[in-house]
Structures are given as structure tokens and as C-alpha cells.
Write a protein that binds this ligand. Structure first.
Ligand code: NDP
Length: 475
């Protein structure tokens, strides 16, 4: 359904704004046009240090058995120099470059050339051509949703190889982990730089580009909203899902295979991490059409933050628990294993149900039941840059009545479960929960700032009705 139609599938309605509407003073929403000093300082910090942080974590596992403190002690006491650590670091190899090129090329092939067939036989699965949300310029993009299919094909080939064909070792990812890191960085920087150049010379939709005039901010946060090559190759959907999230479960499988090779068994903690993160990944692909309505796709522009983040940060740092367990094979007692499994499953349930409630509410325009009752909501309106006025609704019942981002709370419970599966000997596997807490709290604030610019007074009415962000009664 195109943007110019009267009634949108999300339940949003639109009308050309002919009078000066005092209810909706806000006309600018989406990524910022101006850069404040704090954002600029954070961006410079991340541009300089994020690649070093990834290297430090991976090197600590490779050279220091996952201790984050020992490398520092060695350096501070003069026991080792930076050059000693660097000289011990595996370099880029032709083999890793070959593996990585094949991997990315295969994912591009699956994304661009294999139309979705899963939606034809999987009841309830939404795949094939789907529409995204209205962009600030009033555009509605179409996407080919075929991530679940790509995930299934890739994993079927992985298992076929591991148990039948034996073309390569299932430990191949672990065995080439640092050489592959260099390849992922090359792709991450290449795609972010390409996206920046593209936005100046051949943007996909010039009206949805934002230039702040600050090179670093534009490089990091992106200029183009939805860069594409041709009609279907969408940078955001591809890079987040394919080299990022399809890889996540494969990387974990490779770690499990390495445990098997080294110790002759796979520990229950490794199984827990594989299963809980596997559920999260599968959920992502099962709900890929829903992902089109999330902040990543609806509001973030494509820059280094998404490009490099999807290629390097996500596959390397989201999988630290499995990597840690290769070096420290933790066998949990049954009660701890069950407790962690329950925490992970409850977190997943909260995360999924909260997201589902919003999706159902928006799809049916509020004509649905949430916890057996008609949902409560606040009517709101906003305008796109061409002055068209849209109407929408913000739900105030179900999990959305408990807190404004209860989906993040569920996500955090799940994240804590992955970390706890690794025991309490080292802090490295706890990086994920620390990072997710910062990411999601920052995201809350960012999203609320954006929603306020979008909905104005209506957003204030909503925050008065649902006063807490993540934890009812506390924050
Ligand atoms: P949400 O799915 O919470 O979407 C926020 C948007 O929903 C708002 O911008 C607003 O958009 C709309 N909205 C807000 N409140 C309401 C309401 N009460 N009723 C109806 N619509 C509302 O945020 P994200 O896109 O950030 O997250 C999606 C999921 O992805 C989350 O569960 C999160 O935990 C997960 N996530 C995971 C990450 C990871 O790295 N593992 C990273 C980021 C997210 P509109 O303009 O349409 O009104």
C-alpha cells in the first residue's frame, strides 16, 4: 500500500495540512540536524575507541585466557610492551579473506536473488514483499523479507557440512577469528565510507538525507536514511540481518564445536548460550517484517554506527559468552542451569509479548484485545516534511501501560541470563549486559526525544499516563 492512500495498514491516517494546526507544532522529526558538543564528543570517542575495544576483548581471550586485567597489568608493570601484544596477534590471511568474501557473497546472493518461499508454507510467518514505515519525507519503502529463509539455508548447509560432507571444519570460525576480524573491519569501514560518498553523489532519496555539516557526526550517524542499490538491496536490512545476525548463531555453533574438539564434550553452559541466543536470533528472523517498524529501520540513518557496528561490533561482542566458554568450559549444576534457563525464557517472553502487543495494536488500529480487553490509548498526530498530517495512537495498556519500554526490560533479563551462564570468575562475559543496559537506556532517551519532537503535546500526555521507562515504580 503506497503512502498516498487514505488509510494505512498500521492504522495511521493522513491528511494534507491546509490550516495552521496548533495541536501539532512539530514538523521535524527523525535524526538530528544539529550536533551538540556532548553528541560530538561521544561520537569522536566511539570512532576512536570502539575498534580498540573490540580488539582488546578478542586479544584478551586469545593471549590472556579472557582476563581483561592481565594485559593491563603486563603493560603497566613493563612486563610487556604494546608491540609484544601486537606482534603475537594473528594477521590477515588469504584464507580468512577467502572465507569472508565467500560468506558475504553468499549472503548477498540469498538476500537479492532468492525470493522468499517460507511465507508460502509456514503458517503465521510474514515474508515476501512488505512495506516499511513512513519516512520523514513521506516515502514508504518496500522490502523483500527473506531473512528466515537465508538463516535456514545457511544453517542447513552448516549442519550438512559438519555431519555429512566435511568440506571444512565446524571450528573454522573460531580457528580464524582474529584474521576474520580484520576482514570484518575492512567491510565495515568500506560500506560506511561508501554510504557517505553515495549520499553526496547519488542518494536513493535526496529528501530523506540529513547533513549536519559536521563530518564526524555525518560519518557516524549517517546521512542517507535508506540507502539502496537498485530496487531491493537495502543497506540497513542487509547489514544488520545477514553478516550480523545470521552469523551470530553460526559463530556460537563454531564455539561449541571447538569445546567438543578441545575437551571431548560440550558443557551445559555452552548449550544454554547457544539455545537462548538461538531463540533470540530465530525470533528476529521470524519477525523480520516487524523489524521494519523498529528504530533501526524507521529512524536511524545508515552510517558507521550501523555499517561498522553490524559487521564488527555485533558479531564479535555479542558472542563473547561462547568465546569465553571455549577458554573456560563452565559446567553448571542443574539448579543453576534451570534458574538461568528460566530467567532467559521469561526475559524472552516479556520481550516478545511487549513487541507483539505494540505490533498487533498498530496493525489493527487498536481493534484488538490485549490481555482479554480492548486496549487503552492516546490519540496523537504528527506531520511529515511536506506538511501532510498523520494520525496515530500510543497504547497505554498491557505491558505498554507498565512502562514505556518494557520490551527493553525483557531484553535485559535475557541478556543477563547469557552472561550468568558463564559463572562469576571473569568480568569479560558480563560485558554484554553492561553494554545492553547502556545501549537500551540511551535508546530510551533518544527515542523519547524523537517521539516528543514528533508528537509534541500528545507525547507529554502519554508520558503522564505511563510515567516509567523501564522498571515500574523505579525508572
Ligand atoms: P520499540 O519497538 O520500542 O519502538 C519504539 C517506537 O514505538 C517509538 O519510536 C514509537 O514509534 C512507537 N511507540 C512508542 N510507544 C508506543 C506505544 N505506547 N504504543 C504504540 N507505539 C509506541 O523500540 P526499538 O525499535 O528500539 O526496539 C525494538 C526491539 O529490538 C526491542 O525489543 C529492543 O529490546 C530490541 N533491540 C535489540 C537490540 C540488540 O542489539 N540486541 C538493539 C536495539 C533494540 P512511532 O513513531 O511509530 O510512534
Amino acid at each position: 500500500m503506497a503512502a498516498h492512500q487514505e488509510k494505512k495498514p498500521s492504522g495511521e491516517r493522513k491528511q494534507k495540512n491546509t490550516q495552521n494546526d496548533t495541536q501539532t507544532p512539530q514538523v521535524q522529526w527523525g535524526r538530528a540536524w544539529e550536533v551538540d558538543w556532548f553528541s560530538l564528543a561521544s561520537i569522536l570517542f566511539l570512532l576512536m575507541f570502539a575498534p580498540l575495544i573490540v580488539y582488546y576483548f578478542i586479544m584478551s581471550c586469545d593471549q590472556y585466557q579472557c582476563s581483561l586485567i592481565d594485559p593491563l597489568i603486563d603493560l603497566l608493570t613493563g612486563n610487556k610492551h604494546l608491540s609484544d601484544i601486537w606482534n603475537k596477534t594473528p594477521t590477515l590471511t588469504y584464507r580468512a579473506a577467502g572465507i569472508y568474501t565467500l560468506w558475504v557473497a553468499f549472503q548477498v546472493f540469498l538476500y537479492v536473488f532468492v525470493p522468499d518461499f517460507c511465507h508460502k508454507f509456514l503458517p503465521g510467518y510474514v515474508g515476501g514483499v512488505q512495506e516499511g514505515a513512513v519516512t520523514p519525507a513521506g516515502v514508504v519503502n518496500k522490502y523483500e523479507i527473506n531473512g528466515l529463509q537465508a538463516w535456514i539455508i545457511t544453517h542447513a548447509l552448516w549442519f550438512a557440512n559438519a555431519y555429512y560432507f566435511h568440506w571444512f571444519s565446524p571450528t573454522i570460525i573460531f580457528d580464524n577469528w582474529i584474521p576474520l576480524l580484520w576482514c570484518a573491519n575492512v567491510l565495515g569501514y568500506a560500506v560506511s565510507t561508501f554510504a557517505m560518498i553515495k549520499s553526496y553523489f547519488f542518494p536513493t532519496n535526496a529528501k530523506d538525507c540529513k547533513f549536519t555539516g559536521n563530518f564526524f557526526y555525518d560519518y557516524m550517524m549517517g546521512i542517507e536514511f535508506n540507502p539502496r542499490i537498485g530496487k531491493w538491496f537495502d543497506f540497513k536490512l542487509f547489514f544488520n540481518g545477514r553478516p550480523g545476525i545470521v552469523a551470530w548463531t553460526l559463530i556460537n555453533l563454531s564455539y561449541a564445536a571447538k569445546q567438543q574438539e578441545l575437551y571431548g564434550q560440550v558443557t551445559n553452559s555452552m548449550i544454554l548460550v547457544n539455545v537462548l541466543q538461538g531463540i533470540y536470533v530465530l525470533d528476529f528472523f521470524w519477525n523480520e517484517a516487524w523489524y521494519l517498524k523498529t528504530i533501526d529501520i524507521c529512524h536511524d540513518h545508515f552510517g558507521w554506527y550501523l555499517g561498522w557496528g553490524d559487521c564488527v561490533w555485533l558479531p564479535y561482542l555479542y558472542t563473547l559468552q561462547g568465546l569465553y566458554l571455549v577458554y573456560h568450559p563452565v559446567q553448571l549444576c542443574t539448579s543453576n542451569a534451570i534458574g538461568i534457563l528460566m530467567l532467559g525464557l521469561i526475559g524472552y517472553y516479556v520481550f516478545r509479548m511487549t513487541n507483539h502487543q505494540k505490533d498487533l495494536f498498530r496493525r489493527t488500529n487498536g481493534n484488538c484485545k490485549i490481555w482479554g480487553k480492548k486496549p487503552e490509548y492516546i490519540e496523537c498526530s504528527y506531520m511529515s516534511v511536506d506538511g501532510t498530517k498523520y494520525y496515530s495512537k500510543l497504547m497505554t495498556s498491557g505491558f505498554w501501560g507498565w512502562a514505556r519500554h518494557f520490551n527493553y526490560t525483557g531484553d535485559l533479563m535475557g541478556s543477563l541470563a547469557y552472561c550468568m551462564a558463564c559463572g562469576f570468575e571473569h568480568i569479560l562475559p558480563y560485558f554484554y549486559i553492561v553494554y545492553m543496559t547502556i545501549l537500551l537506556t540511551h535508546r530510551c532517551i533518544r527515542d523519547e526525544h524523537r517521539c516528543f519532537s514528533k508528537y509534541g503535546k500528545d507525547w507529554k500526555r502519554y508520558t503522564a499516563a505511563v510515567p516509567y521507562r523501564l522498571i515500574p515504580g523505579i525508572f
